[in-house]
Design a protein around this ligand. Structure first.
Ligand code: KG4
Ligand code: ZN
Length: 344
């Protein structure tokens, strides 16, 4: 008898439709259809996102099974993102997963998208050696919608030690890029420009927020006023100093993230540190985590690029851990757009 466990994962929380097959922790496929339609609007348009998910989801799931060489009959459970995210987007993935479950009799497993980002560190790939985190570890979860420091005590045991009280750090990247007339999403563009710039050239005020919490809305205002004043003197200020502005501004965001992360390591004594979420693709942040880790004797976990942004492999791996503990979901489940609590 085959004792392996095969999970089909489905992710549709924002603007990427993705499906993945994971067998015993090993990723066999991870298919992604990114939606280009939003780029020209400078942000995700929810109605267009739902429609694109509706168009993409069947071919994406089909392709994920095909590439994995897996028949639907071999799948043990269907994992899907229940939230957080855009409701119309989540509805497409949730409804699809429910329909597939009803048609095939395979159990459903709901997954918290944020938990998925963190547990993406446990995805293994055939033929690739990889060090996995052990418990407990700290995760800095940084994305377009969230910024949290999370203590992870087990696959499904999470504690949020700190979180943003206003904007997420990815949002700060995106909004500031918009102020400077750069495209969407702004994070990767700022990252690229920052590489050519001098990060010590300009100073932006850092917020004073107690505990392990974050705030990123002030820095946006600070950049806005700074640019407004400079442009009054020199209308070409932004164009002439773009790389230095991006580098300085990015450094400020990374400093803010690192200050609280250092504090969390001190408070908990946990020296295993992982980063996750879309902003963990940022090369400045990756370099900083690596160098601070070397300096302070941490074991650091920096995800491969393909696991930083939204993907279904992270949903499938989380689904696997939940399924192994018997945590399945009934067919009357509905998506939830706000952040879910970290519990099963
Ligand atoms: O995790 P994600 O794909 O979606 C959410 O769950 O929010 O994160 C998207 C965010 C966007 O704000 C995007 O600008 C940011 O991640 N991002 C980056 C980089 N790549 C993506 N931010 C900074 N540097 C990057 N290289
Ligand atoms: Zn995400």
């Amino acid at each position: 008898m085959d004792m392996s466990t095969i999970i089909l994962g489905i992710e549709s929380s924002c603007d990427d439709t993705s499906a993945s097959v994971i067998k015993d922790g090993y990723m066999l496929s991870n298919i992604m259809a990114s939606q280009e339609v939003h780029r020209k609007y400078g942000g995700v348009i929810p109605e267009l996102a739902s429609r694109a998910h509706q168009q993409n989801i069947l071919p994406v799931v089909h392709q994920a099974l095909k590439e994995a060489g897996v028949e639907m009959s071999q799948v043990d459970a269907i994992a899907f993102t229940r939230g957080p995210g855009l409701l119309g987007s989540l509805l497409v993935g949730t409804s699809f997963a429910k329909g597939l479950s009803l048609a095939t009799g395979k159990p459903l497993v709901e997954v918290n998208h944020l938990q998925g980002h963190i547990l993406s560190h446990f995805i293994q790939e055939p033929g690739k050696e990889k060090q996995l985190p052990t418990f407990p570890f700290l995760a800095l979860l940084v994305s377009g919608g969230h910024s949290q420091i999370v203590r992870v005590d087990d696959y499904l045991k999470f504690e949020v030690l700190g979180h943003t009280i206003d904007d997420a750090v990815g949002e700060a990247f995106d909004k500031c890029a918009k102020i400077m007339g750069l495209g969407y999403p702004g994070g990767p563009i700022v990252d690229k420009l920052a590489k050519e710039g001098d990060s010590s050239r300009f100073k932006f005020a850092k917020p004073h927020i107690p505990d392990l919490n974050y705030s990123f809305s002030g820095i946006k205002t600070s950049l806005l006023y700074f640019l407004r004043d400079q442009v009054k003197e020199n209308p070409n200020f932004i164009q002439e100093n773009m790389a230095d502005i991006c580098a300085s501004f990015q450094k400020t965001l990374i400093d803010i993230l690192m200050d609280k992360l250092l504090k969390a390591v001190k408070q908990t004594g946990i020296k295993q540190v992982a980063i996750a979420g879309g902003v963990s693709a940022n090369s400045g942040l990756r370099d900083r985590i690596k160098s601070e880790g070397e300096k302070r004797g941490w074991t650091t976990f920096i995800p491969e690029f393909k696991f930083t942004t939204d993907n279904a492999a992270m949903i499938a791996i989380t689904g696997l851990f939940k399924f192994q503990q018997g945590l399945t979901t009934s067919l009357d489940v509905a998506p939830i757009s706000r952040a879910l609590e970290y519990k099963e």
